[in-house]
Design a protein around this ligand. Structure first.
Ligand code: CTP
Length: 419
């Protein structure tokens, strides 16, 4: 998690330097300690005072600034960072870093640090695709530097093409990816998210209010921890996280078929740095609000209404995916060649905590799951935060107080790693 980590942000000389203000703001908002280093040319694009105010820390620019060196030396900017982030990274800064040149403060910090380094380049498309830059970027990558690839589109210089500074969200994602514990490397994590939809006719359907935020947060957290993530997602407005395989579905039947196909395929462990406990397992997080019933008949054409007349809709059960996974556990484990861990959700309305826990415990047993995440629909549906109770099959029970869904997702994954 970004919260609590120290980031030395090096701002290079690019027109995109003004976007570093938003980046600093977001990093600080998420709880990072940010110290900003600016190249001389960066100070021509954005005032150090802006970044100083947003980071609440003096911006460093001069290599031989006696006053600043006395308080915090250039070596400490390199040493105390958990991550050194170069954003935006200009072609010039990339070239110097690739060749070990240290003739100003940003390049000296880059040469002195042993922390993970991320470059988020921003430049004109011809500069980005120039063989010199391509070679320099390859050199940095070969030394383990993480590059947040620039996007394509209209560039500040008027050209169209690759070179656009990555979105803040993508840069934050790369920090999470680089700093998270990799205890899911070699494991596959299947997450279902969002609602499912059961069509009545070509334009009407039965569904629910789920937005998919909790499932997306779980998929993101699992990827940060190194898992191979498959996100099976019902209709939702939320953009999926970076770096996960997305399988869009509509109905419960489609979700069922997609999940079954994924979980039965062999899990191929990559070079694993995971602990023995976490190596090569398959986790399924059933965060989707799967419809329990579907119309018995689906009309091929839009149903016509008759004035002042209602109609009855006959509903039949949808497949219960979690239940089937629990029933077929042994068969799935043998086909996928690794242990299966099933985590279900119980979103309830009405009742008090005791009833919620008792319903959740019932689902844990009935569905042969390893863990159930109990929550109240009012705390969860459509919200950015959630409050949950985690109950596992060996009797552990833990309450996670109301927190951002990303933090809750992290706690859920940690608990799932214990079952
Ligand atoms: N689930 C599923 N397939 C369904 C319905 C639910 O896989 N057709 C999963 C959900 O994704 C969730 C868990 O089962 O992880 C519990 O879902 P929930 O709707 O709370 O429970 P139900 O079994 O449907 O029971 P009820 O609606 O009576 O509370």
């Amino acid at each position: 998690m970004i919260s609590g980590i120290s980031i030395t942000l090096i701002v290079g000389g690019s027109i995109a330097a003004y976007k570093s203000a938003e980046l600093v703001r977001e990093l600080v908002k998420q709880g990072a300690r940010v110290r900003v280093v600016m190249s001389d040319s960066a100070t021509k694009f954005i005032s150090p005072l802006t970044l100083q105010t947003l980071s609440d820390s003096r911006v460093a620019n001069e290599l031989f600034d006696a006053e600043r060196e006395a308080k915090i030396s250039h070596i400490s900017l390199a040493d105390t960072a958990d991550v050194v982030l170069v954003a935006p990274a200009s072609a010039d800064l990339i070239a110097k870093a690739a060749h070990g040149i240290a003739d100003d403060l940003p390049t000296t910090v880059l040469l002195a640090t042993s922390a993970p380094v991320i470059f988020a380049p921003a430049m004109n498309v011809n500069m980005w695709t120039h063989p010199a830059t391509v070679e320099n970027v390859a050199t940095l990558k070969s030394r383990g530097v993480h590059i947040v690839e620039p996007g394509e589109g209209e560039l500040a210089c008027g050209w169209l093409g690759a070179g656009r500074f990555a979105e803040t969200e993508e840069i934050l994602d790369s920090i999470e990816l680089l700093t998270s514990k990799k205890d899911l490397t070699g494991s596959r994590v299947v997450v279902t998210a969002g609602p499912t939809r059961e069509m009545i006719d070509p334009i009407r359907f039965v569904s629910n209010r789920s937005t998919g935020k909790m499932g997306m947060a779980l998929a993101r957290a699992a990827r940060w921890r190194g898992a191979d993530v498959k996100l099976v997602c019902g209709p939702t407005q939320i953009a999926p996280p970076f770096g996960v395989d997305v399988f869009p579905v509509v109905s419960a039947r489609e979700m069922h078929d997609t999940v079954m196909e994924i979980v039965r395929s062999p899990v191929c462990p990559q070079q694993s740095t995971a602990t023995d406990d976490a190596r090569s397992k398959q986790f399924v997080f059933m965060a989707a609000a799967v419809t329990d019933h579907q119309p018995e008949n689906q009309s091929d054409i839009k149903l016509k209404h008759e004035k002042d007349k209602g109609y009855a809709l006959s509903m039949v059960p949808c497949p219960d995916i979690l239940h089937e996974l629990g029933q077929r556990r042994t068969e799935i484990e043998s086909e996928s060649s690794c242990p299966l861990k099933l985590v279900g959700f119980a979103a309830e309305t009405g009742g008090q905590e005791e009833e919620l826990l008792s319903w959740a415990r019932g689902k844990l047993e009935r569905k042969n799951a390893d863990m159930i995440v109990g929550n109240f629909a009012d705390d969860a549906f459509g919200k950015d935060s959630n409050r949950v109770w985690l109950l596992d099959k060996v009797g552990r029970q833990e309450e996670v107080a109301t927190a951002d869904k990303q933090l809750v997702a992290d706690k859920i994954i940690k608990a799932a790693l214990r079952v």
